[in-house]
Design a binder for this molecule. Sequence first.
Ligand SMILES: *Cc1c(COP(=O)(O)O)cnc(C)c1O
Length: 411
Amino acid sequence: MTPTTREDCLRRDAADPLAAFRAEFALPENVIYLDGNSLGALPAATPGRVAEVVEREWGRGLIASWNDAGWWDKPRTLGAKLAPLVGAAPDEVVVGDGTSANLFKALVAALRLNPGRRAVVGESTNFPTDLYVTQGAAELMDVVERRVDPDNRAALAAALAAGDVAAVVLSHVDYRTGALRDMAEINRLARANGVLTVWDLCHSVGAVPVELAATGADFAVGCTYKYLNGGPGGPAFTYVAHRHQAAARQPLTGWHGHARPFDFAAEYVPAEGASRFLSGSQSLIAAAALESALDLWARVDLGRLRAKSLALTELFLELTERAGFASVTPRAAARRGSQVSLRHPEGYAIVQALIKRGVVGDFRAPDIMRFGFAPLYLRYVDVYDAAAALADVVRTGEWRDPAFARRRQVT
Ligand SMILES: *Cc1c(COP(=O)(O)O)cnc(C)c1O
């Protein structure tokens, strides 16, 4: 195969059917942003939308905006807008709270639906909050927790077949390696064994097509501030399959999840549908930022998104392999999310040196340099230039500057 040149990349950008979306983001000049898997970029329409909610809905509408601006129903209207991105029906998704809180609610609900079974299966190397929340829920519900490597199919199959497993918590895309799990097959395996699935979609929503309903997923949660570009700390979402909505009982039984909240009744009665997974009031300012992003997503063809995502990660893998880097990301397209993770013992300093040059990735201990590829605002030529900068930083030893070794609070 002839190596890809910078001119090839410029030609691919000119022919890219998603190219126009880049202009809908307010990106800083001279930055190649490869960290949209951690915090998505700012959609250009978002500041205006947030200002409108603050000045008009809050400032002038005041308390009437709970009715007039649709504030009370925002968790449901945003859920309906998000639903097509995860292959769900509009009333299977609600938006509110954070991923950690939603994971806790969904997992406890799943465990309660399977009361005769006293174990939960998680991943040995999932994102820390998933590990900690699973621990906490297991302790509360008095079930044992087991951990497996979900990319070891035999081990996962054996764990799900143990006979006493109520639920399994899995990330659809691994935050560290970028491995994409076969949701359809795992859902099938779980169902055959009477196990309920709780999927974490943080690194797949807005990055790969997700088919929760068609593949038979039971519950799912995910954040909106990564590939969805919903804004820092934006509200997360919860998916509850139709078939579980009537029986599911989540533990944080607040008034927003009540059947008739304005009765101000003394006893809790869960709302119909996924609304019972709500708890209390949400930030409507954060919701405005998310809504702006979701309105942009409504115009995105997810098939084209996936095709470009794979082309971008393939290109970065090709260029970095040629420069001698070792990747921990699956080489097979069907098993890859939208990131590439390279292993290097000096990864932290190298990433800092790259950031100094305007190429923004991040680092995950102990030795992973992580590069996320958001197809809506990245160009092929950005991938080319980023790979060239990475090779240059290592070749010249630029990263050895002691300033790049100083660890900051957020890596
Ligand atoms: C980013 C991420 C989270 C974030 O959880 P918060 O509650 O939003 O802090 C959780 N799980 C995974 C797998 C993630 O990648």
